[in-house]
Design a protein around this ligand. Structure first.
Ligand SMILES: C[S@@+](CC[C@H](N)C(=O)[O-])C[C@H]1O[C@@H](n2cnc3c(N)ncnc32)[C@H](O)[C@@H]1O
Length: 340
């Protein structure tokens, strides 16, 4: 941890100021308000005191990916990390140099590293609750504008109005109390700044029939093949079962979706989803199916429900399409831009 992180981190319980105890690598942080102490594990502050690591824990998935399983580096969920963050940053308004940007639920840190490389003038904070964060810090070790924190989206250890922009991709729908996390995300944003979300879409909202079919099949793996119980399987069984399924379904998937990528691409707008084939496609599907099963919860919202959720939180508005980059981002199903 580097001292400048204290500009934005606070106690998640009382939002009190934090001070360092016994150094920046193995010591800890103590709250000047309530006295709570938060350890530094390998230099990463850990605010997940009451976390139950068994519920929807993605650590094993990110570890396996780092060891060479799943998709190649730089590609996550079939989308190039660098292309995605370029779009997110393009729609995030004017970001003054040294502004802080939050990646909430940063996963393996691929997008964090891509964004920090593209914008060395900004400061990026990657937050997640999984236990493999030292590997994220290692990935970003040559990027002095990246900070990594272990924390919970529902009680962000961040100062109010401290972030100039935030993204939270594929996280809220795994939580039991999404409004709490949504409120927290808005709290830490500066007024009028932007939050980019990715949430599982409902098939009824998807206009392109092939994209709708892709999501229906994906949901069927979790709901029908594994009867909604995939998260209860032992890790090794889940890993092997999803590898087998990827092997079986790669052919049909390629025929149905990837050979026709040109027509699908129109609805994905932009050439992010490059046609995958052979071993690369199997590894992509293995990752998708595994990621589908890990969390205990997987809520799917309609666009109307997302608008209602943020409407109830008062100050926010879900953004209408304005710029070309925004149009491109929002046409990928499940993306939302919300203004504080
Ligand atoms: C589906 S993955 C998405 C990762 C990354 N955002 C991406 O798009 O590549 C969901 C991530 O959210 C994290 N997560 C789940 N619940 C969380 C919580 N309450 N607070 C912070 N992170 C959480 C998981 O550990 C996991 O890394």
């Amino acid at each position: 941890m580097r001292p400048e992180l204290l500009q934005v981190v606070v106690c998640p319980v009382c939002h009190g100021r934090l001070g360092s105890e016994d150094g920046w690598t193995h010591g800890g942080l103590r709250c000047a308000g309530c006295g709570a102490r938060y350890p530094l594990a390998g230099g990463i502050p850990d605010f997940t005191k009451s976390e139950d690591p068994r519920r929807g824990d993605f650590s094993m998935q990110w570890r396996a990916r780092r060891r060479g399983s799943f998709e190649p580096e730089g590609l996550t969920y079939g989308v190039a990390d660098a292309a995605l963050v370029r779009h997110i940053l393009a729609v995030s308004g004017d970001l003054a140099p040294t502004s802080w940007i939050l990646d909430c639920g940063c996963g393996d840190g691929g997008k964090l590293a891509a964004a920090a490389s593209a914008r060395p003038d900004l400061r990026f904070l990657g937050l997640d609750r999984h236990a493999d964060l030292p590997a994220v810090a290692h990935t970003c070790r040559d990027l002095p504008n990246v900070h990594v924190v272990r924390g919970d989206a529902r009680t962000l250890p961040l100062r109010s109005s401290s972030m100039a922009s935030a993204w939270c991709l594929g996280v809220l729908h795994h939580l039991a109390d999404q409004p709490t996390a949504a409120r927290e995300l808005l709290r830490v944003l500066l007024p009028e700044s932007w939050l980019t979300l990715w949430l599982y879409p409902v098939p009824g909202d998807l206009e392109h029939p092939r994209v709708r079919l892709a999501f229906e099949l994906y949901y069927a793996v979790r709901d029908l093949v594994f009867l909604g119980r995939g998260h209860r399987l032992p890790r090794g069984v889940r890993y092997s079962a999803t590898a087998g399924l990827a092997w079986l379904l790669a052919g049909p998937y390629e025929a149905l979706f990837f050979r026709r990528v040109r027509s699908v691409k129109r609805s994905f707008e932009g050439a992010w989803q490059r046609p995958l084939a052979g071993a690369e496609l199997r590894r992509h599907l293995h990752f998708l199916f595994h990621d589908d099963l890990v969390p205990e919860l997987q809520t799917r919202w309609s666009r109307a429900e997302v608008r209602t959720l943020f409407g109830k939180l008062g100050t926010s508005k879900v953004r209408a399409w304005q710029t070309a980059a925004e149009l491109e981002l929002l046409r990928l199903p499940g993306f939302y831009l919300v203004q504080r």
